[in-house]
Design a protein around this ligand. Structure first.
Ligand code: SF4
Length: 676
């Protein structure tokens, strides 16, 4: 459970990890002669417990690695070649400001598209001075939907994002359901609590198409076909209602819409749902029985189940289970989803005066770049590696090559997206600046401080967007100047005592002691404080109605489901520049045998959108009919320079406009020899 923690020395600095991971670890960073020599966990955040993931232990390799961007640069070769000429900050920002001005004068503010997501998940590096700049320009708005949009919509509609069960309370549970999550790779600090619960006798149910490390230790593993979580969850609802396990007293007092949910679940018998999901109906029944008859029972709802055409309804159906089964009101009972809303923070510092410009769904970047009403002439990418993380990759790359598109990439390292930039601006890392890290696993809010000087000429977001405000004559007198002022301005606007505590001691006291009991300490934040089991607005939004199932998009030509789950190597695509073992496509032995393929073969995986070439790994730890290549790969990781997103359609989830990463259907065959 624990690893050795670096000894605290005069050179050890306390900070926090703000990267896109649920845990927000408290860190101890060792600095010698102005350079970081070690990064480890501390015990300031009790959940961190003195250890961190292998990913961030290696962050120093990004900090000082050969891919680090140290100076502003302008393109000198073809787009995508990654060939640049060093320039001064003044020259680089003058070019950027000129091109923004030109685009706005000729095509209007909407011809400018800012593109960002989660490179740092803190409160300072997104939706601060960047939002001020792009709002004042009247730029197109970005719907940040690449992750958590369907689960966020579900959690908001059902419960108003009520705070959820803390990791520390998992040992109290007697049944734990891990649905669409792999904490062994992402959010690792949950794992010891699950193991402790198992030591105390809790039963573990895992719903995942892969035999994850926790699935190996589970009492029941439902290796569902991706996209079928919805019928599986509805079959459990049907069982609860039909067999008398629905908590009618709780529902009458605390929920609305139970009858409508019951109607939509009615067609899904165990047999029908199991056939659709490709699992054993007896195992599904056993999972439902265990959940229905045991308390405390908790569901950890992840994000795997949201990444398909049914993802919003699936997330609602899963999150609705504890309400129907009456699992709230006890420690260790209820659900765990994102806890980022637990602090009640709204970004008041960017104001409410957002201009009514068009909104572009980030999952359709390629399509948006082809839109001509008005055309996008300036693409400003920061905190994101769009060239590899966004669906329909080939369309995006085609458009990034266009000479009439001016692309700015503000980044820490030379990413695949940066290689297509006209101007590259070097960004500081979270170890070189301030950040306010709000966890979405444990309820934690901590202040990150600069540990070392910014490498080379790298600058913070506040400096760069502030400079552009000045150059574009959009600065107001009361705008903060620089990162420190911006951080202080945000702290001043946080609800009290949160802001004061962060200023004084670098951490805020979590509400409810960080361990709220749902329906005892916290209640739904819906208008009537009730669970809405059938939100009418979502019923209208979903193409076949709320809890409506859309069939698998597989065809005889492209029968295999491709998934791209999080791995132990990267945080989305962050840190993918670092050396790693060869990346292989994982395939079940039955599927390999049917295609005459063996472990280590060079394969081509393809569909109508594109093709990926890499080596094959054959293993029974994935369900038949599904293949897997890790999330967050860069172009260098495959033989032909495309990642899974070259095969992912830019279709959207039923609710929330999310990405359908797991709706890619593909065929796999041996690659012809001597070709890439
Ligand atoms: S990525 Fe997650 S587990 Fe790793 S250090 Fe950051 S918060 Fe902790």
């Amino acid at each position: 459970m624990k690893t050795a923690t670096a000894a605290i020395t005069d050179h050890t600095v306390a900070t926090v990890c703000p990267l896109d991971c649920p845990d927000s670890c408290s860190l101890e960073v060792t600095v010698e002669d102005g350079r970081i020599t070690a990064i480890d966990g501390s015990r300031e955040n009790p959940v961190t417990d003195g250890y961190i993931c292998a990913k961030v232990r290696r962050f120093g390799e990004r900090q000082y690695g050969p891919d680090r961007l140290l100076y502003p640069a302008v393109r000198k070769g073809p787009k995508g070649a990654g060939s640049f000429k060093r320039v001064s900050w003044d020259e680089a920002l003058a070019v950027v400001a000129d091109r923004i001005r030109e685009a706005r004068n000729n095509w209007g503010g909407e011809s400018i598209l800012p593109y960002s997501y989660g490179g740092s998940n803190g409160l300072l590096t997104q939706d601060t001075s960047d939002a001020t700049l792009f709002r004042r320009l009247g730029a197109s708005r970005l719907a940040r939907t690449v992750c958590a949009a369907p689960t966020g919509a579900a959690n908001m509609a059902l419960y108003g994002k009520m705070p959820s069960v803390a990791y520390e309370d998992f040992p109290e549970a007697k049944v734990i359901v891990i649905w669409g999550a792999n904490p062994s790779a992402s959010g690792i600090h949950l794992v010891p609590y699950i193991r402790e619960a198992q030591r105390r006798g809790a039963r573990l149910i895992v719903v995942d198409p892969r035999t994850t490390p926790l699935a190996k230790r589970a009492d029941i593993h439902l290796a569902v076909r991706p996209g079928t979580d919805l019928p599986v969850a509805l079959a459990i609802h049907r069982y609860l209602f039909e067999e008398g396990y629905a908590d009618t007293a709780f529902l009458a007092a605390n929920a609305r819409g139970a009858e409508r949910l019951r109607e939509r679940a009615q067609p899904w018998t165990f047999e029908r749902a199991a056939a659709e999901a490709g699992v054993d109906s007896a195992a599904l029944r056993a999972a439902a029985e265990a959940y229905a008859t045991t308390s405390p029972a908790i569901i950890r709802c992840g994000w795997g189940q949201e990444r398909n055409r049914n993802g919003g309804s699936a997330s609602l159906a899963i999150l609705a289970l504890p309400a129907v089964a009456g699992k709230f009101g006890v420690r260790g009972g209820g659900y765990t989803m994102s806890n980022s809303a637990s602090w009640g923070i709204t970004r008041t510092w960017i104001g409410s005066d957002e201009p009514p410009t068009r909104t572009i769904n980030m999952n359709r970047l390629g399509r948006a770049l082809e839109d001509s009403n008005p055309p996008i002439r300036v693409l400003f990418v920061y905190n994101s590696n769009a060239a590899v993380t966004t669906p329909d990759q080939r369309r995006i790359l085609r458009n990034l090559e266009r000479e009439d598109l001016f692309t700015v990439v503000f980044e820490q390292v030379m990413t695949d997206t940066a290689r297509y930039a006209d101007v590259v601006l070097p960004a500081t890392t979270f170890l070189e600046g301030y950040e306010i890290a709000r966890s979405y696993g444990p309820i934690s809010l901590r202040l990150g401080k600069p540990v070392v000087e910014g490498a080379g000429e790298s600058r913070s977001n506040a400096e760069v967007f502030g400079d552009l405000l000045e150059r574009l004559e959009l600065r107001h007198d009361n705008d903060p100047r620089g990162e420190l002022e911006e951080m202080l301005a945000v702290l001043a606007q946080l609800p009290q005592p949160i802001g004061g505590e962060l200023s004084d001691r670098g951490a805020a006291t979590p509400p409810y002691g960080g361990r709220p009991v749902q329906f005892r300490d916290v209640w739904p934040l819906t208008p009537d404080r009730k669970v809405d089991l059938f939100p009418e607005a979502l019923d209208a939004e979903a193409p076949v109605g709320l809890y409506g199932y859309q069939a698998d998009p597989g065809t005889a030509e492209f029968p295999l489901t491709l998934i791209s789950p999080a791995s132990e190597r990267t945080i989305s695509s962050t840190l993918a520049e670092l050396p790693r073992p060869e990346v292989r496509l994982l395939m079940h032995p039955d599927d390999a045998a049917a295609r005459g393929l063996s472990d280590g073969d060079v394969i081509r995986m393809f569909n109508a959108l594109g093709e990926v070439r890499c080596n094959l790994s054959v293993g029974a730890w994935i369900r038949p009919g599904t293949v897997s290549l890790p999330k967050g790969l860069w172009r260098k990781h495959t033989a032909n320079g495309y990642t899974t997103n070259a095969l992912v359609p830019d279709s959207l989830t039923d609710i929330g406009g999310g990405a359908c990463f797991n709706d890619a259907r593909v065929q796999v065959e041996r690659a012809p020899q001597h070709s890439t």
